[in-house]
Design a protein around this ligand. Structure first.
Ligand code: SDX
Length: 394
């Protein structure tokens, strides 16, 4: 049927076929950032240490960590004009719609970022993104709930500063709980990078045209928003709320297995993992810790999630297809316990993944061999034919 062009599977080869940043073994459930197991990084490092690692390939020593933290702290504020950008949105806009707009708008404030050939400019853009994403994310939340923006504070660490910007109000002092802040910091580590997933490939493809890093990250945010990708954490919590209690788990498992029903179990399955997503295990542990700290041992959604996971993992359909919980299955429950609304879950994912996106973008841009990604196709349309004048068309 018509001329079939040869399909070039390497169409992204110029943008994302090889990388030295993150390694996943889907069959064994292994995830390494620059060779370090995610389990060790989550336990022994903080998020900015992991940012240094992803950006530079090595963990920082004491002096490097101090300097890196100080540089990030020095870029946490946003231009006052950018704050006015929010007022153009409806208050009930989804935070991800705001994030796409505001992060893309950073291109309008930092003209030096347009010159991606300059390594110093590229590094500065990376620092600005890592530093400003918590501020931008918290501002999206504050705008959504009609509260005043809270400025970043240099005396707080990365996670504490974010919690302060999210939950402080001029009416009363807010002190971030260090245990909860550490849990949030670990959640950021678990989401920091994940090889060539859809949104990272989007950032690389956008970057391969020479677009500035803020525009590329904004493209990644748009892709991450989808419920099959980063939006799954919000969808998973909504699914658990809809299931309501154990008695209805069977009904939803049946729906997930029904070929004619588009419903899928949110937070289950993965394009790569054919085993437990190691992040899901760590997220479940973090969930336990946070609920214990808050005295919410009997959190009904957490107990429902544990029951749903158990039943699904014993079901032939899920076993045959090697479907396991992924990073999104528990992340919504723990974020909800931290006081974060479901509408903000993917925005928090964005805040964490920005370092992975910018590390992957930097890796590609600094490769002298990279070229613009240009997908080819398997053509299945009409064969060549002549135009018939409209008067003669039937
Ligand atoms: C993320 O790529 C990354 O690395 C992404 C991510 C990252 O960090 O960047 O890990 C983050 O996006 C995690 C995934 C979040 N999405 C969800 O939780 C949404 C629910 N999951 C599914 O939509 C699905 O599992 C996908 C989209 C994640 C993967 O879809 P695939 O590639 O179709 O899964 P598959 O090839 O393994 O499916 C095999 C079978 C199919 O059925 P059959 O055709 O064999 O009969 O399993 C079925 C699928 O229909 N299946 C599911 C299912 N996931 C797959 N059936 C019911 N519920 C599910 N969740």
């Amino acid at each position: 049927k018509g001329g079939i062009f040869t399909y070039d599977p390497g169409y992204l080869s110029t943008a994302s076929s090889s990388s030295g940043i993150t390694f996943i073994d889907g069959d064994k459930g292994i995830l390494l950032y620059r060779g370090y197991p995610i389990e060790q990084l989550a336990e022994k490092c903080d998020f900015l240490e992991v940012c240094f690692l992803l950006m530079n390939g090595e963990l920082p020593n004491g002096a490097q960590k101090k300097s890196f933290d100080n540089t990030v702290t020095g870029h946490t504020m946003v231009h006052e004009q950018l704050a006015r950008f929010y007022t153009g949105f409806r208050r009930d806009a989804h935070p991800m719609a705001v994030m796409i707009g505001v992060v893309g708008a950073l291109s309008a404030f930092y003209h030096d970022a347009m010159d991606i050939s300059d390594a110093a400019h590229r590094e500065l853009s990376a620092f600005r993104l890592i530093a400003k994403l918590p501020t931008i994310t918290a501002m999206a939340y504050k705008y959504n709930i009609g509260q005043p923006f809270v400025y970043p504070r240099n005396d707080l660490n990365y996670a504490q500063n974010f919690m302060h910007m999210m939950f402080a109000t001029p009416a009363e002092e807010y002190k971030p709980n260090p245990v909860l802040a550490r849990a949030l910091d670990r959640i950021l580590i678990l989401h920091a990078d994940h090889e060539q997933n859809a949104s990272t490939s989007t950032v690389r493809l956008a970057g391969s045209s020479g677009a500035n890093p803020f525009a590329c990250i904004s493209a990644g945010i748009a892709c991450l928003w989808g419920p099959a990708h980063g939006g799954a954490n919000e969808a998973c919590l909504n699914m658990l709320e809809e299931i309501g209690d154990d008695s209805r788990i069977g009904e939803y498992i049946a729906r997930a297995k029904d070929k004619d029903d588009p419903f899928r179990l949110s937070g289950f399955g993965h394009r790569v993992y054919r085993n437990f997503d190691p992040r899901a295990t760590l997220m479940r542990e973090t969930c336990h810790e946070v609920l214990d700290e808050l005295g919410l041992h009997d959190d009904r959604l957490f107990k429902l999630a544990l029951k749903l996971e158990k039943i699904a993992l014993e079901d032939e359909y899920f076993i045959e297809r090697k479907l396991y919980p992924n990073v999104d299955f528990y992340s919504g429950i723990v974020q909800r316990a931290l006081g974060i609304p479901a509408s903000m879950f993917t925005a928090i994912f964005t805040m964490a993944r920005t370092v992975g996106w910018i590390a992957q973008w930097s890796e590609m841009i600094s490769d002298p061999e990279y070229k613009i990604g240009r997908p080819r196709q398997l053509y299945t349309g009409a064969v060549t034919r002549d135009v018939v004048p409209i008067a003669s068309r039937k």
